[in-house]
Design a protein around this ligand. Structure first.
Ligand code: APR
Length: 240
């Protein structure tokens, strides 16, 4: 099966790759729920990853993200992230990388053009539309930076529950899904939309869809082949 997929990788003029949390499993990134340890065990993700939660308890939510940022900074991209980045260097313009992950590991591996559908944990942005005064922000270590004039806060630049995905990234991802000849769906449970819908779009537009995931997913039905393997083992081989 692997040989077949490797042949498809060799033939496809345009490849789209959609990744999820399983992509970073071999790097040691805990899933959202695994990350609820210690102090955080008492909080539900819905109480930490919403705008309402941030407005109510900015320090608590900021601390939670600071904790995750710190943890991820100590981890490294795995062989799968590296194989994807190396492929784009060898074949410029042939592969569009779309991720639901906010860990920044694709970017750290060298995939600068990654379409980060759910944002990036390492970045932040203004909570409310910035005014002229918001240019000057004060940074007090350990606190969410705040505009000293109007009080506007910086917040993590990730997509929280109930929020829209970044429009430009989503549009580019949809275009890639419509135009690709092969889509690799790697390490995602395929349950969160609109990201999961990209695999359906690719299938409807005539692309071959291949799943790389040790477990079954709801997207398996549109896949030509499912490789039940970990991403960090499978991708270096497929993309060699
Ligand atoms: N290699 C490939 N896949 C793996 C591996 C691995 N080593 N380990 C686990 N998986 C698979 C699991 O079988 C599962 O199907 O990765 C998938 C992870 O699923 P989720 O935790 O649901 O992650 P994801 O699909 O990325 O979630 C989508 O939901 O929580 C929100 O916004 C968050 O971006 C996230 C979105």
């Amino acid at each position: 099966m692997r040989e077949t997929v490797r042949g498809w990788v060799g033939e496809a003029r345009h490849i789209a790759v959609l990744t999820g949390a399983g992509m970073s499993a071999e790097s040691g990134v805990p899933t959202f729920r695994d990350a609820q340890t210690g102090l955080w065990a008492q909080f539900n993700p819905q109480d930490l990853a919403t705008e309402t939660a941030f407005r109510a308890h900015p320090q608590r939510v900021w601390d939670w993200y600071a904790h995750r940022r710190e943890m991820i900074a100590g981890l490294q991209p795995n062989a799968g992230h590296v194989a994807l980045a190396a492929f784009t260097v060898r074949h410029p313009g042939r592969l569009t990388l779309i991720t639901q992950n906010v860990d920044g590991l694709h970017q750290r591996a060298g995939s600068d053009d990654t379409l980060a559908l759910h944002g990036n944990l390492a970045e932040d942005r203004w909570l409310d539309m910035p005014r002229a005064c918001c240019q000057a922000e004060t940074i007090e270590t350990g606190h969410p930076p705040r505009c000293p004039v109007c009080g506007n806060l910086r917040r993590p630049a990730v997509v929280w529950f109930g929020e829209h995905l970044p429009a430009a990234a989503l549009e580019a991802a949809e275009l890639a899904a419509r135009n690709c000849e092969l889509m690799l769906v790697v390490g995602t449970s395929g349950e969160v939309y609109p990201a999961a819908g990209l695999a359906l779009t690719a299938h409807q537009c005539g692309a071959r869809v291949v799943i790389v995931n040790p477990e079954a997913t709801p997207l398996d039905g549109v896949a030509e082949l499912c490789l039940r393997e970990p991403a960090a083992l499978c991708l270096p081989w497929l993309l060699a």
